[in-house]
Design a protein around this ligand. Sequence first.
Ligand SMILES: [Zn+2]
Length: 458
Amino acid sequence: MVKKEFYLLFSFLLVILVFLPIKSTSAQTLSDIPENYKAEVNYLIERGVVAGYENGEFRPERFLTREETATMIGKALGLNGEKPGKTVFPDVSPTSFASGYIQSANEQKVLMGYTDGTFKPKNNMTRLEMAYLLTSAFKLSSNQDVYYVDMPSGKGASQVIKNITNAGITDGYSDGTYRPNNDITRIEFAVMLARALNPEFKIQPPQYTPVKMYVTDNNLNIRKGPGTQFEVLGKLQKGDEIISYSIEGDWIQIKTDNVAGYVHKAYLSTEKVSADRVITIDPGHGGSDPGAVGNGLKEKDIVLSVGLYLRDYLQEAGIKVVMTRSTDVFISLDERVKIAERAGADTFVSLHMNSATSTSASGTETYSSTSGSSYKVQSSKKLSEFIQERLIDTLGTKDRGEKTEEFKVLKTNSLPSVLVEMGFISNASEAKLISTHQKETAEAIYLGILDYYKWLEK
Ligand SMILES: [Zn+2]
């Protein structure tokens, strides 16, 4: 008995020591409030929302528990919770200092329990939970996009962070992060709460005006933060198009289709930059020469259509494309090679459909020539391997392999060059497969070309 009473008394004293507001205290007399946040903390102390500790400290870096949060937000919103009492949570003692506010915060749906029915009063609040809390407590909403490097992908999570950012309550850390899973400190919450309560403390929400920019050099690092000390998240190539959001010193916050981060502003330009790569795409045949014909299809039409899709993919990646033909016209074989060489292209890809008397013949094959410089021969062989592999992966056609043959457009070409026989127009199912998957076929060839360019850079 005696022991139990002692503990009860002890814990009661502890509660008084730790949490009882000291009326005479203000931020001026607290010894450890950061100078730039004194006004915010003082404002909350005067309203009785927060208090310092008896020893004259605020302990700004201490983490905030869920029960402390309930008390502070309850006081800030003027909820009924001064008196401890029973709650709906089995893990909240009815005599705990925060029980009244926990109950009313839950009733008001401002700070609720977990799905297992508990409240976990001693757990720390995370910065994401705080964003949810402030959104409900102050009924915040926003359509304006915001941008943090570590923005959570979940819709609800990103929405609440958006809400508190556009309400002028936070702008994250100076490295562009919000750190949603970090525990929130007393000072961080105090500042957010003061801004939520009093417009005078609000900060200007960051202005994100997305601007299209272009990368001016190859292998530009995308970093996690604004400085070379930050981790490299990926690389950009000359001519790559990015969206820039904001500038911090020498660093620009950017986003591509698959990565977000920072790049040094010296390597970005608002003027379109073209890639170092120039490729010639040569859809075979054309005009009076239909090429192979079968199953109601003409080779010249399919290869032109695939070639135009291929051009789009390559241009999208910042690669300059020169077409030997982009309409249904006849061009001689000699002229096709000349077009490529005159344009200063580095690579030549000719597109064809195969044909055989046996309608059962099927499959995909890619050719290179063994004539010319060893650089041309080696590179051509590599290019045909990459394209062949991508096509087989995508189309699932029979792999007839990567072959050599002295076709005129390959033999007389000074450039690394290949000729692709995408499939057999004489085979009913293959003719149908390719004519109904022109875009996919183009994408596979495009990916093979990218593989080749990456291989060249090594
Ligand atoms: Zn052909």
